[in-house]
Design a binder for this molecule. Structure first.
Ligand SMILES: Cc1cc2nc3c(=O)[nH]c(=O)nc-3n(C[C@H](O)[C@H](O)[C@H](O)COP(=O)(O)OP(=O)(O)OC[C@H]3O[C@@H](n4cnc5c(N)ncnc54)[C@H](O)[C@@H]3O)c2cc1C
Length: 259
């Protein structure tokens, strides 16, 4: 058996793992990235095509010029058009298509990963392909890793409302979300973006699991689900206004429970 000491091991050479590696390097750590797949093998699961402005700017911060490089390689469509459940919720020509940072860029995930890998390799490191992590030995729990006043913040899809079908009442014309099976622990296939697995757990499960790990929820944020444009609210459609009243994401902040 061989043993390797390193600052940080990152599991997965997808966009998140590679971006994390570049950020870690930017603060002086030298991470090792491992991935179960073969270098030339296809990735399984995610196939991100759309990289947003914020992500491009973060990548620029992790490795100067990287966000611009990826932005310029990808495509920006001439028009933006968003449909939800058969309704056009947004439609306008794309302005400032060639300015950096672009508001988004479209490219294959394999190309995004190629740009990230090139930067990672430029620092003299290579991804350890064909290396599957099969077990992790926890040395500390999140609660003990936190500073006494530190907070643990994460976000996830809102279990009450995400993936719940908007339904229009044929008589009143009012919209609502159809919620069923909320208390069930489900793993279901969500059709959007070519289909992917979604894990549903009720909110109480999150609160209990956090308490089991020595954490108490001290903040909750349920942001409105905004339309994908910046027009003032007075110009929103009735559907957009209704859509914004139900959150599809939730953010949670936790602190250590007193021992
Ligand atoms: C179909 C689909 C379309 C999407 N489209 C978009 C989009 O257009 N824009 C957008 O911003 N987001 C999109 N998303 C979300 C986005 O793809 C993901 O949030 C993002 O790609 C996740 O990146 P990742 O690096 O965490 O995961 P992945 O890209 O899935 O990479 C994880 C890596 O970890 C490796 N791995 C897994 N287990 C192990 C193990 N035990 N040991 C070693 N290695 C392991 C895998 O081989 C893989 O290479 C989409 C998601 C899906 C499913």
């Amino acid at each position: 058996m061989t043993t390797t000491e390193c600052d940080l091991v990152i599991v997965g050479a997808g966009p998140v793992g590679l971006a994390t590696a570049l950020f870690a390097r930017s603060i002086g750590l030298e991470p090792v990235v491992v991935d179960a797949r073969d270098e030339l093998g296809p990735g399984v699961g995610s196939r991100a095509l759309f990289v947003h402005r914020d992500s491009l700017m973060l990548l620029d911060a992790a490795a100067p010029g990287l966000g611009r490089e990826i932005g310029e390689f990808g495509l920006v469509w001439e028009r933006r058009r968003t449909l939800y459940s058969g309704h056009t919720v947004y439609d306008r020509p794309e302005r400032h298509r060639n300015e950096h940072p672009r508001s988004y860029t479209c490219l294959r995930q394999a190309d995004t990963e190629r740009f990230l890998r090139t930067r990672y390799a430029a620092g003299g490191a290579t991804v350890r392909w064909g290396t599957r992590v099969t077990a992790v030995e926890p040395r500390s729990r999140v609660a003990t890793a936190l500073e006494p006043t530190g907070s643990f913040v994460f976000s996830f899809l809102h279990p009450c409302f995400f993936g719940r079908r908007p339904v229009e009442d044929p008589v009143t014309g009012m919209w609502s979300r159809h919620v069923n099976g909320y208390l069930a622990h489900e793993q279901r296939n969500v059709q959007s973006f070519g289909g992917h697995t979604h894990y549903h757990r009720p909110l109480s499960w999150y609160a209990t699991s956090l308490a089991d790990h020595g954490l108490a929820i001290t903040g909750l944020d349920e942001p409105r689900t905004l339309p994908s444009h910046n027009r003032p609210e007075s110009e929103w459609s009735d559907y957009e206004r209704w859509f914004a009243t139900i959150p599809t994401m939730i953010a949670v902040a936790c602190h250590r429970l007193p021992r």
